[in-house]
Design a protein around this ligand. Structure first.
Ligand code: BES
Ligand code: ZN
Length: 462
């Protein structure tokens, strides 16, 4: 019988090809939010499907009302029953704008030292590719996989995973599994491999304030009609207090306080406030007092303006009262806040704050529940052992600030917890210009995946 060492040797021997293939994957601009990229998103799904087939997986691309979902399975043995796992990832990426802030074009991957630059390199192409390559290593060396694996790779994560939810309901039986393995989160450093036990939830809403029926001369009309941009700023300013707390009645009612154990785990994380501040380029940190920045990010709710648009921002001046102003807002949620309840509170507060001098329209966007799971079950313990072996360092438990709304759907629909084993480093620039993926994280991630199937396959209790 071939051992996992054969698999690891295959991984070591093929690194350069894996990096070249990952570059091909990144070159496809699969931006899910932009209609003009629809064909590119489709092309990316097809590329992945072909790639999976060439690796020896049984792969199908499923059309949806939105972007396609790729499902790829390891060949099933007719004789032995093995534990089953779903490996989830997303092949869609965030918009790359503003392009001018990229050192080199976002969809022309570039290697500098041990970093691979490109939109989606870390979030999430590089991370899901690490799992694909680990499985390729089993298949191409004819080493028996200790588990039956099904990859579910979607194209709508960055826009709320709407189609995947429907897909999970329709394919519940086919996707039955002991757990879902996901690498779409972060780790504090290569010497701090991490099991993520918590993610924040999210609620998104867009506000439009309309004033006059057209842009007006601000000298002739200013002072007689409200200015939608000003009205929007004044409205938004009332949604957060000076201490960084969300100023919406009832918003904190369901927020669970941090436990002693949680705070202890947060305190184990490396890095200082000064380093964090410097890394982000701000003159001073901002946030709720009484919490460290890791606690603020991981376990406290927030409101953020993601985009704010109105009036004239072109060259020179244009003296107008703009006809409209828009803002895109998201709230990050923590246990036990529910997006449906937050939606009610937010919408009614916005309506109450809107002055009679403008018309307001509200468009609700994606929602996702917060996620928190205990690391004490045997699968999480197996994952922690694997992290230690693959990275050569003691792992940490983290609660991260980002959201992967589908994880709570995996729980509800498939009744499966998610093992979140992230490979994104703090300086990977997720969603920012010059996103990158560490080739060391890639290498370690592939080892982690290869070893994980051995550890999980050996569990007697699942
Ligand atoms: N990979 C991220 C989420 C993430 C990153 C979690 C790092 C923890 C650490 C994911 O692709 C993402 O960006 N999700 C969106 C979800 C939203 C669009 C519904 C997010 O968090 O903004
Ligand atoms: Zn993302």
């Amino acid at each position: 019988m071939k051992s996992v060492q054969t698999v690891l040797n295959y991984l070591d021997g093929n690194q350069d090809r894996f990096v070249r293939e990952l570059c091909e994957y990144i070159r496809i601009p699969s931006v899910s939010a932009q209609t003009e990229r629809r064909d590119d998103v489709r092309r990316c799904a097809d590329w992945l499907t072909d790639h999976c087939r060439n690796m020896g997986l049984d792969a199908v691309v499923h059309a949806t009302a939105g972007h396609p979902i790729v499902v790829a399975k390891t060949p099933r043995s007719k004789t032995s029953r093995k534990p089953q796992f779903v490996i989830y990832g997303h092949y869609d990426v965030q918009p790359a704008e503003p392009f001018e802030l990229w050192k080199t074009p976002p969809f022309e991957p570039r290697i500098e030292g041990r970093s691979l630059f490109g939109r989606g390199a870390s979030d999430n192409k590089g991370q899901n590719f690490a799992h694909l390559k680990a499985v390729e290593a089993y298949l191409k060396t004819n080493t028996e996989l200790p588990c039956d694996l099904t990859f579910v790779l979607e194209g709508e994560e960055e826009v709320g995973s709407v189609s995947l939810e429907t897909f999970l309901k329709a394919h519940r039986d086919e996707l039955r599994c002991q757990a879902v393995v996901i690498s779409d989160t972060g780790l504090p450093g290569l010497d701090y491999p991490a099991l993520t036990c918590g993610l924040r939830g999210i609620f998104a809403v867009e506000i439009t304030l309309c004033g006059p029926s057209r842009d007006l001369h601000s000298g002739l009309y200013g002072g007689t009609v409200d200015n939608p941009a000003m009205a929007l700023c004044q409205l938004l300013a009332q949604l957060r207090d000076k201490k960084g707390r969300v100023a919406i009645p009832g918003f904190y009612d369901d927020v669970e306080l941090l436990s002693k154990a949680d705070r202890k785990e947060f305190a184990r994380l490396p890095g200082t406030e000064a380093e964090y501040r410097k890394h982000l380029g701000v003159p001073k940190l901002f946030g709720e007092s009484g919490f460290s920045y890791n606690e603020q990010r991981g376990a406290r709710p927030t409101i953020e303006i993601n985009g704010l648009t109105s009036g004239y921002q072109g060259e020179g001046s244009k003296t107008i009262v703009p006809a409209w102003a828009k803002a895109k807002l998201t709230f990050r949620l923590v246990p036990n806040q529910r997006p449906s309840q937050i939606r009610k509170l937010v919408l009614s507060r916005l309506r109450a704050l809107c002055p009679p001098t403008v018309r307001m329209s509200l468009t609700v966007g994606h929602g996702g529940e917060p996620y928190l799971v205990s690391p004490s079950n045997p699968m999480a313990q197996a994952a922690l052992r694997t992290l230690k072996q693959a990275f050569g360092h003691e792992p940490v438990l983290i609660r991260d600030g980002g959201s992967i709304p589908i994880v709570t759907q995996f729980k509800k629909i498939l009744r499966a917890d998610s093992l979140l084993l992230g490979l994104a480093l703090p300086d990977d620039n997720l969603h920012s210009p010059n996103e990158k993926f560490s080739l060391d994280a890639f290498e370690k991630g592939m080892r982690m995946s290869a070893l994980l199937w051995k550890e999980l396959g050996a569990l007697k209790t699942i």
